[in-house]
Design a binder for this molecule. Structure first.
Ligand SMILES: [Zn+2]
Ligand SMILES: [Zn+2]
Length: 144
């Protein structure tokens, strides 16, 4: 894996390190693929995000970028709600397959995230991102 493909979880706004609030799911890192979804929080900016990262070295050149990063804003209040509502004792365990983790993953896939530019001067710009929210449905927190 080249250095270029090592993901950054830093804040898109201030570039500072972020706390991982929820580790939703992760595959890898393997040499030719790595993907994950997680909720991050920047204390300095007091804003969270739902972030999905995908590195896939098997894509056909020119058809799709090998690295794709999606992000959506989660306001601070929703991060706090998520901390208290998330119905799993291991919120940082990306490998957990409990009902809450599955719900978080599936609702993350459906959530309206923004594909960030990966190459060029506007790499990972936070401009124009969508915002998602957190709702409790049948006792489980999900992204809407
Ligand atoms: Zn920040
Ligand atoms: Zn779990």
């Amino acid at each position: 894996m080249s250095k270029w493909h090592v993901p950054s979880d830093n804040c898109l706004i201030c570039s500072g390190a972020q706390e991982i609030v929820i580790g939703i799911r992760e595959r890898g890192p393997y040499e030719r693929m790595h993907d994950y979804a997680r909720v991050l929080f920047c204390a300095a900016c007091d804003v969270g995000e739902l972030r999905a990262f995908s590195y896939d070295d098997f894509v056909v050149f020119g058809e799709e970028d090998d690295v794709m990063v999606w992000s959506s804003v989660l306001v601070s209040e929703d991060v706090d709600r998520l901390r208290s509502l998330f119905a799993c004792a291991s919120p940082l365990n990306h490998q957990c397959e409990c009902a809450q983790h599955v719900r978080a993953y599936e609702s993350n896939v459906r959530a309206n995230k923004t594909l960030l530019p990966e190459y060029g001067p506007d790499r990972h710009t936070p401009v124009g991102r969508t915002t998602v929210t957190v709702e409790l449905v049948d006792g489980l927190a999900e992204f809407r």
